[in-house]
Structure formats: structure tokens, C-alpha cells
Design a protein around this ligand. Structure first.
Ligand code: SAM
Length: 97
């Protein structure tokens, strides 16, 4: 797997920047029921996409500490370092993930 800690600093600029983040966030947003208020973005990376999803309070989780440091700044600290295979959230505690 790619070393996302090493990749973190250049990740956003080399993956399409804001246009890509907005497009991806829009696609996610269109999948969410209108009632969605809370969201866990699993494997959020730098949180660029997460931060562009409107109308929800989002928490980002990721395994790579380097990616999460950037996400923490974007998401007001609402990040958790965790493995997607063992999410640290109880079933039903968020509207979407
Ligand atoms: C291609 S990046 C996508 C990041 C973000 N979703 C985006 O679209 O910008 C994949 C991310 O998945 C994370 N990742 C890979 N395996 C993971 C796992 N088992 N649990 C949590 N995060 C994981 C990596 O650290 C990396 O940040």
C-alpha cells in the first residue's frame, strides 16, 4: 500500500485539489438521505473531501497519522485514528458512514 504518511503533504495538490474534493463531496452528498446530520468519513485522508460535504457534522477517521494531522486542522479536530475494519463508533451512533 502507498505510504500515506509520506504522501500527506503533497496529497491534495497531486489529486486534483479543490475541484476534485468538491466533486467527490457532491457525489457523497447526493447519496445521503436529507435527514443526515452526522457522518463518519471512513478513510478521510486529509479531510479535503470531508470538509466540502455540506450540511452535516462530520468526523474523519484514517489510519495514517500524517493524513490525519492535515484533516484535524480542516475538521476542527474532529478526527480519530482508527482502522476502517474496526470502527470505534457504536452501531446507530451516527446517521451515515
Ligand atoms: C486514496 S486515499 C483517500 C482519502 C480521501 N477519502 C480522499 O478522497 O481524499 C485512501 C486513504 O485510506 C486510508 N486507509 C487505508 N486503509 C485504511 C484502513 N484500514 N483504515 C483506515 N484508513 C485507511 C489511507 O491512510 C488514506 O488516507
Amino acid at each position: 500500500m502507498l505510504d500515506y504518511d509520506a504522501e500527506a503533504a503533497r496529497y491534495d495538490a497531486t489529486r486534483g485539489g479543490l475541484p476534485r474534493a468538491r466533486e467527490a463531496a457532491g457525489a457523497v452528498g447526493r447519496l445521503l438521505p436529507a435527514s443526515t446530520r452526522t457522518l463518519v468519513d471512513v478513510a478521510c485522508g486529509t479531510g479535503f473531501v470531508t470538509s466540502e460535504i455540506g450540511g452535516v457534522r462530520a468526523v474523519g477517521i484514517d489510519l495514517a497519522a500524517g493524513m490525519l494531522r492535515i484533516a484535524a486542522a480542516r475538521l476542527g479536530g474532529r478526527v480519530v485514528r482508527a482502522d476502517a475494519r474496526a470502527l470505534p463508533f457504536a452501531d446507530g451512533s451516527v446517521d451515515a458512514r
